[in-house]
Design a protein around this ligand. Sequence first.
Ligand SMILES: O=P(O)(O)O[C@H]1O[C@H](CO)[C@@H](O)[C@H]1O
Ligand SMILES: Nc1nc2[nH]cnc2c(=O)[nH]1
Length: 282
Amino acid sequence: MHSKEQISHDEYQKTSDWLMSHTKHRPIVAIICGSGLGMLADTLKCQDSFDYSDIPGFPQSTVQGHAGRLVFGELKGKSCVCMQGRFHMYEGHSLLKTTFPIRVFKLMGVETLIVTNAAGSLADGLRPGDIMIIKDHINFPGLVGLNPLCGPNDEKFGPRFPAMSGCYDKGLRSLVMELAKQMGVSSLVQEGVYAMVGGPNFETIAEAKLLHRLGVDAVGMSTAPEVVVATHCGLRVFGLSLITNKVRQQSQILIVNNHNSYFSALFHKSVTNKECSNLRNG
Ligand SMILES: O=P(O)(O)O[C@H]1O[C@H](CO)[C@@H](O)[C@H]1O
Ligand SMILES: Nc1nc2[nH]cnc2c(=O)[nH]1
C-alpha cells in the first residue's frame, strides 16, 4: 500500500530557495484556499504571484476552481502566502506531493498554517453558508495507512511518532469565535469535527449515516494530510470549513406526484420533521 516515493530535504529546500529569491515577502502565515475560496488571495496587498507550473518541484492543480497559483502579499500588515488551489489524493497525487507545499512553507519561515475547505454538513445545526471552525479531524485515509508521514522519517522536520491531539490550535479557535461575536456573525460560526474521505465520489446514504453516528460534523476530501504534515513540523494550525451542502442521510421517502402535493407537504409538516428537512436541503 505504501508508495516508495521519497522527497529529500534538499528538494523542499530548493523550492523554498527559489521562491525566496523571487519575492521580497517573508511570510509568517500560509493560507490554503479551499474549493471556491480562491478569492481570499485577492485581498492580499502588494502581491507577487507564481503559477504552480513555474515553481520548481511544485505539483500541478487539476481541479476546476483551483487556479494553481501561489500568491504572496500583505494582509493587515502581516506577510502571507496563499495557495490558490490545493492538491487532492483523488487527483492521483501521492500524499507526499499533496502536502509538498507545507514543508516548503516551513523552510520559508512560516509559523502558522490556515487551512480552508468546502465541506458537506452532517450536523443538524450546520447549514449551507455556515462556517465550521475545525476543532478536530478524523483522517479516514490516514487510519488505514494512507498517510504522508509513512516511509522514512526526516527528523529535521519532526519526530517519527508525532502527537495529533490538539493539532487545531485552541488559542486561535477561541480568538476567531470571539471575532465572530464582535462582527455580529456568531450565529453562522460554530466548532465541529471534520472528516476526510478519499473521494472523488460523494457519500452514499449508508456512508453518510455512518459518518453521522461517528460524530462527524462535516466531510470533505482534503485538509487532514496537510494538517498532519504541518503539525509534524511544528506549525500552528487553524482550520475552517465552508459548508456548501447538507449530506443526505435518508432516501427521499415522500413521494412527490406534483408540485402542489410537494409544497403542501412542506407547509403542513413541521420544519423540524426530518423527511421535509431532507427534501428542502437535499
Ligand atoms: O477540500 P476542498 O479542496 O475545499 O474541496 C472540496 O470540494 C470538492 C468537492 O466539491 C472536494 O475536493 C472537496 O474536498
Ligand atoms: N466528501 C464530500 N466532500 C464534499 N465537499 C463539499 N461537499 C462535500 C460532501 O458532501 N462530501
